[in-house]
Design a protein around this ligand. Sequence first.
Ligand SMILES: Cc1cc2nc3c(=O)[nH]c(=O)nc-3n(C[C@H](O)[C@H](O)[C@H](O)COP(=O)(O)OP(=O)(O)OC[C@H]3O[C@@H](n4cnc5c(N)ncnc54)[C@H](O)[C@@H]3O)c2cc1C
Length: 360
Amino acid sequence: MRDKDGTIVIIGAGASGLACMNELVKTNKYNIIVLEQSNKAARKILASGNGRCNVSNLNMDIKYYNHQDPLIEKLIKEFDVVNFFKQLSLKLRYEKNLVYPYSLSSLSVKNVLMKNMDNVSYIDNCEVLAIKKAKTYEIITTNGHYQADKIVIATGSPASHLSGQNNLKMLEKMHISMIPFTPSLVQVKTKPVFKALKGQRVKGIAMLYDQNQLIEKQTGEIMFTDYGLSGICVMQLSRYLEHLKNPKLVLNLLPDIEKEEFQHYGLEGFFHEKIVQVFKEKNIDPRCLEFKIIDTMSIEKAQVCHGGVSLKEVDENLQLKKYPGIYVCGEALDVDGDCGGYNLHFAFASGVHVAKSIKK
Ligand SMILES: Cc1cc2nc3c(=O)[nH]c(=O)nc-3n(C[C@H](O)[C@H](O)[C@H](O)COP(=O)(O)OP(=O)(O)OC[C@H]3O[C@@H](n4cnc5c(N)ncnc54)[C@H](O)[C@@H]3O)c2cc1C
């Protein structure tokens, strides 16, 4: 392919790669190639928010991410998600602070992100295995070799079964510092387990302790499973587990109910009969249920991962300091956030940031 202002290869057709591509195609200056390992683009976008795609959060703050890094803070705050999707002709709607496509369908998000695909070369079933620096960059894939003046690594993390498993393999021999991927926003295995309550959802406060010290608490939905606990509350707390020695969860399923009221109504007045049965059998007080956390579920079950390319390796353009012309965005970077649109927001923001840096 003959160069215009050069060839840019974007590796990964997910949220960050597609956001980057859409910003780059605005100027007709580059040959753009998008390489995708699977046979489908945007698979995590489709799965996001239970198919509704929670694209962002109005309450945007660096405290909802794993690094209190000034560059990441600037990037997430400067990115205007409404305008980004307005330019792609997608109207958004709000449910409290959560931002969704107006259609409440993740397919709408995928479709608008893909509508400029005709202006680029898109190659799927093409897994990138290695990058070699020559005069330009050479990209070695399962589907041949590609030359690039600039490369955007937008390969995400191995979280969930919807991802590739070799997200950063291409960097392995390039002496780039990478934090190993571990599951975040993931269900937990507990002791005890209430198998009979599998699938039962309750609302309450979940408190995470380590060595009897309160680490964090969350209010919201908790789900019993046959291995332990799930639900947004529990997934949020799973983000803190990595460095804890002896974590336990304490649930209060009646946080706003006085003792007298509880005595008046009894368990039957508040809970599903399956829950009543188990709680009675085991003499459980719903205001104080303790679970030892044995482990998290595996990366394939997680929504997001901790880990990725260390922020120390990139400059303010998210360009690798050791390899000018190679940029990293989205979950491939060691940045992850809470549930509630923070991860997609960062994926879009960082993808657009990289594209703007390239255009500069
Ligand atoms: C079930 C589920 C629900 C979620 N819900 C939400 C939500 O509601 N809100 C929210 O903010 N976040 C949500 N997330 C997280 C969010 O989807 C991700 O953080 C986001 O998609 C990451 O974007 P990305 O571009 O970094 O990676 P991805 O979207 O994963 O894209 C990476 C792409 O690169 C490809 N790839 C990987 N390795 C290679 C390789 N070697 N060569 C070529 N291609 C490669 C992958 O196949 C993939 O298409 C959810 C995640 C899951 C799994």
